[in-house]
Design a binder for this molecule. Structure first.
Ligand code: TRP
Length: 350
């Protein structure tokens, strides 16, 4: 099936590469998010031949989190983080999912062409059922909401709404992109038109997965994260907590199996990383190594941290930026949604 329909007449010419990604707003950005997702996304958005769409997936947040304060706070923190790190919002379209009413509307349209069996096979749903099984629950669907079950449909609407053709994601999300292709293709076929571009997942294996305090992948679910904009004191405390081994100062240490080194080198230049590597082999003590990593991170993060704090104190500014993003996003979403409605028989009478 052809993946790239031509732009519908009446809409402005579009850039051929449209990169889109969403960030679920349930947490506070940590070093791992920065290295693995935020930094590469901001860099990608600098390419003038690419139109990027970055959004706060706050409707998705409601699936996992029924704590309104947490969702609200996370939305602000994530928006402030991306702005503090220099996302150019004249170039990238930066918005909140919940500001685009066309997205839930499209979600419904897609739900009506999406096979239930396809959703039965979604990893997140299957994992929840498996947990119920293991816990010996009679009802395999215990505690599973329609939100969780239909999660991939909302995600498909996010992507198809903007005809995104490249979706940078982690490996765990590839299945969702395939499902979006399935739904988009089915809609195009059923309603005989090139409404939706079929997206491709972009999984960049060079993107680093950072280790956390305990050496496992840094992740909110392991509770082993270092918040990107922790205060200086907190940052120092957390860096000191990073798990190391019991080798004494003077004993050579292996940088390649060391989370502390990995975190350092994700921020440092190649030369700086090499110098640290030499010091490991020469037997640097853990206390000294941790001090150096802290000092280094603190220096790198000082300025964006100040901008971040200033932004959090000026929610009106963040709001204005997101409102403008929503306006730009809706300029694309509204005409497409009109076409979709008409195609399905929901157009106006006159
Ligand atoms: N499901 C994604 C995650 O948990 C977040 C997300 C929502 C997303 N909508 C998206 C990612 C659309 C890419 C495209 O990471």
């Amino acid at each position: 099936m052809s993946a790239t329909p031509s732009a519908p007449s009446g809409t402005p010419a579009r850039k051929t590469t449209r990169v889109l990604t969403g960030i679920t707003t349930t947490g506070t950005p940590h070093l791992g998010n920065y290295v693995g997702a935020i930094k590469p996304a901001i860099e990608a958005s600098l390419d003038p031949s690419v139109q990027s769409y970055y959004f706060l997936a706050d409707l998705h947040a409601l699936i996992k989190c029924q704590d309104p304060k947490r969702v609200e706070e996370s939305r602000r923190e994530i928006a402030a983080t991306w702005l503090a790190l220099g996302l150019d919002t004249d170039n990238a379209i930066f918005y909140r999912q919940s500001d685009i009413p066309e997205i839930p509307e499209l979600t419904w349209m897609l739900s009506c062409v999406c096979a239930k069996g396809l959703m039965n096979r979604a990893h997140a749903y299957k994992a929840a059922v498996a947990e119920n099984d293991e816990a010996g629950n009679q009802d395999p669907d215990k505690g599973i909401t329609m939100g969780l079950f239909g999660y991939p449909v909302l995600m498909a609407a996010d992507i198809l709404m903007f005809n995104a053709n490249k979706v940078p994601v982690g490996r765990d999300q590839i299945q969702h992109i395939e499902m979006a292709r399935d739904m988009g293709g089915r809609f195009n076929h059923l309603f005989k038109g090139d409404f939706f571009t079929l997206p491709e997942a972009v999984v960049d294996d060079r993107v680093q997965v950072l280790g956390g305090l305990d050496g496992r992948k840094m992740s909110k679910s392991y509770n082993n994260t270092i918040a990107l904009f922790s205060s200086e004191k907190k940052l120092q405390k957390l860096v000191r907590k990073i798990k190391t081994n019991s080798l004494e100062p003077g004993e050579p240490k292996d940088p390649d199996t060391c989370t502390l080194f990995q975190i350092y080198s994700a921020f440092a230049s190649a030369d700086e990383a090499q110098a640290m590597r030499d010091d490991y082999l020469a037997g640097i003590g853990w206390g000294d190594a941790k001090n150096r990593v802290f000092e280094y991170l603190n220096e790198q993060l000082r300025e964006p941290r100040e901008r971040y704090q200033a932004l959090l104190e000026d929610p009106g500014h963040i709001e204005a930026v997101l409102q403008r993003g929503a306006e730009r996003a809706r300029e694309e979403a509204a005409p497409l949604m009109d076409r979709v409605r008409v195609a399905a028989g929901l157009g106006r009478f006159v």
